[in-house]
Design a protein around this ligand. Structure first.
Ligand code: ZN
Length: 181
């Protein structure tokens, strides 16, 4: 059972993502995230800056979140794969805190989409050069491999596709359609 399946159940009850998604398919999702979201948001930029409710980021906020998340996780993969001095630091990093610091919800989407593509390129470059069996020891007896981390980050693209569509008032697509886009 992969990390995502252990934590959330397989498939993800929120978005239908299968944790059996391959490493290559996850990288494809990540590489295409900026154009996927860009197509949804184009012409709806102002609506993309509206929070649907207090506990949900605006569609633009999700774009900014992933631009940071891809970069942070890509850097971790690169460091683990290339530097014998690297060790996992449990930062107790909560994306919600980053959202508060950087005011994701108040940022317009164009710069976020630009940053998202750059971060995706960084992530994919790191993951393609990495040994996917390398293990991050995340403490408390748990660990995950580079392969599990990549598939988990691929999940973010699908899960937030649903969130972004909902924020824009668009119909949600079944997982099979979201995956093949
Ligand atoms: Zn999900």
């Amino acid at each position: 059972m992969t990390y995502g399946g252990r934590v959330w159940g397989d498939p993800c009850p929120g978005c239908g993502y299968s944790w059996a998604t391959t490493y290559e398919d996850a990288l494809e999702l990540i590489a295409g995230a900026a154009s996927r979201y860009g197509e949804l948001i184009r012409g709806r930029e102002e609506k993309a800056m509206v929070k649907p409710d207090a506990d949900t980021w605006s569609p633009s906020g999700y774009v900014w979140h992933l631009s940071d998340w891809f970069r942070i996780q890509g850097q971790r993969i690169y460091a683990l794969a290339s530097d014998p001095l690297y060790r996992w630091l449990h930062l107790r990093l909560d994306p919600a805190h980053l959202g508060e610091i950087f005011k994701y919800d108040e940022l317009p989407p164009t710069g976020g989409l630009w940053a998202l593509q750059k971060a995706a390129d960084l992530f994919v470059e790191a993951a393609k050069g990495a040994d996917r069996s390398l293990v991050f020891d995340i403490g408390e007896g748990d660990s995950w491999t580079v392969g599990e981390l990549v598939v988990w980050v691929g999940h973010e693209v699908i899960h937030h596709d649903k969130d972004i569509r909902a924020g824009l008032g668009l119909r949600a697509l079944p997982f099979s359609e979201r995956r093949s886009w």
